[in-house]
Design a protein around this ligand. Structure first.
Ligand SMILES: Nc1nc2c(ncn2[C@@H]2O[C@H](COP(=O)(O)OP(=O)(O)OP(=O)(O)O)[C@@H](O)[C@H]2O)c(=O)[nH]1
Ligand SMILES: [Mg+2]
Length: 288
């Protein structure tokens, strides 16, 4: 991913009507550039994000789709992750996600909780735990999840915890709500006293983007200031809605709306369309 200013991620939805909108756009871009400009190495904010869950639950697949432009069907070729794969993903100028994709085979998991315990679980800002909804051994999954929470409580008490009930596409449509609700109730009970946020996800639809947008949103330190500027910008422009996307991943960073929109998944759909368009352009330019 490229280091970047977010200005190119600014998109209009609806039609801004005021004559002064161009000036407002410049003003807002100036704000973004000053808040998120690439900084000297010493003040780069590095946030450690652990991605955990049993082998085959889909961790590397989601990472590859969100951050490396994979399409869903390419993930079938991925091999199991050996130990931990680290990646540093630069966001909004001076924010770096230090993502630890932890291979979920049992031998690795046992090591994380014993010899590598401090190394893995200290200074964690976010834990993302991925559950395969079709898993045959839910008890075992829960056992590892709870070991993980214990280690987090001991080493990174303030970490935010997100649980993804993943591969929802494999569940019949009419059973999805019930199945998800059951899993969430169980997860909440097993996580006490820690608070968790849960999502139902699949690499085959927009739910993955929605979940990761929320996760990234939780990591941005000055998000409230950004949202308030975005709201001002939206009303000065008389726009129906302004959506701020991160320019490499097209995850939604923030939005400001002045009318109600019925489609709750519009951001992920836009992200998807633009991402596919970018991929198409890249393929064409590689060919020529
Ligand atoms: N149907 C379906 N399959 C998925 C989904 N996400 C991932 N997969 C498939 O699950 C398989 C395993 O995915 P990986 O991403 O390698 O799993 P992992 O969690 O990284 O596994 P380890 O590296 O061994 O811990 C791949 O064949 C993916 O195509 C999903 O949402 N739905
Ligand atoms: Mg993997």
């Amino acid at each position: 991913m490229s280091t970047g200013r977010v200005s190119t991620g600014l998109q209009f939805i609806g039609s801004p009507k005021q004559v002064g909108q161009k000036a407002s756009l410049k003003g807002f871009q100036r704000f973004l550039s000053s808040e998120f400009r690439p900084s000297p190495k010493s003040i780069i904010m590095k946030k450690k994000v652990l991605l955990m869950g049993k082998s085959g639950s889909g961790k590397t697949s989601m990472r590859s789709i969100i951050f490396s432009n994979y399409i869903a069907r390419d993930t079938r070729r991925l091999g199991a992750t050996i130990d931990v794969e680290h990646s540093n993903l630069k966001f909004l100028g001076n924010l770096t996600l230090n993502l630890w994709d932890c291979g979920g085979q049992e031998a690795f998991m046992e090591n994380y909780f014993t010899s590598q315990r401090d190394h893995i679980f200290k200074n964690v800002e976010v834990l993302i735990y991925v559950f395969d909804v079709e898993s045959r051994d839910v008890e075992r999954d829960m056992h590892y999840y709870q070991s993980c929470l214990e280690a987090i409580m001991a080493n990174s008490r303030e970490a935010k915890i997100f649980c993804l009930v993943h591969k929802m596409d494999l569940v019949q449509e009419h059973q999805r709500d019930r199945m998800y609700e059951e899993r969430v109730n169980e997860l909440k009970t097993r996580s006490e006293p820690l608070k968790i946020k849960t999502f139902r996800t699949s690499i085959w639809d927009e739910t993955l983007y929605a979940a990761w947008s929320t996760i990234v949103h939780a990591l941005i330190p000055n998000i409230r200031t950004l949202e308030s500027h975005l709201n001002n910008f939206c009303s000065i422009c008389d726009a129906d809605e302004v959506v701020l996307f991160e320019r490499s991943t097209f995850l939604v960073i923030a939005n400001a709306a002045r009318i109600n929109h019925v489609d709750a998944h519009r951001f992920e759909k836009i992200s998807n369309i633009i991402k596919q368009f970018n991929l198409g352009c890249r393929q064409v330019s590689n060919r020529s």
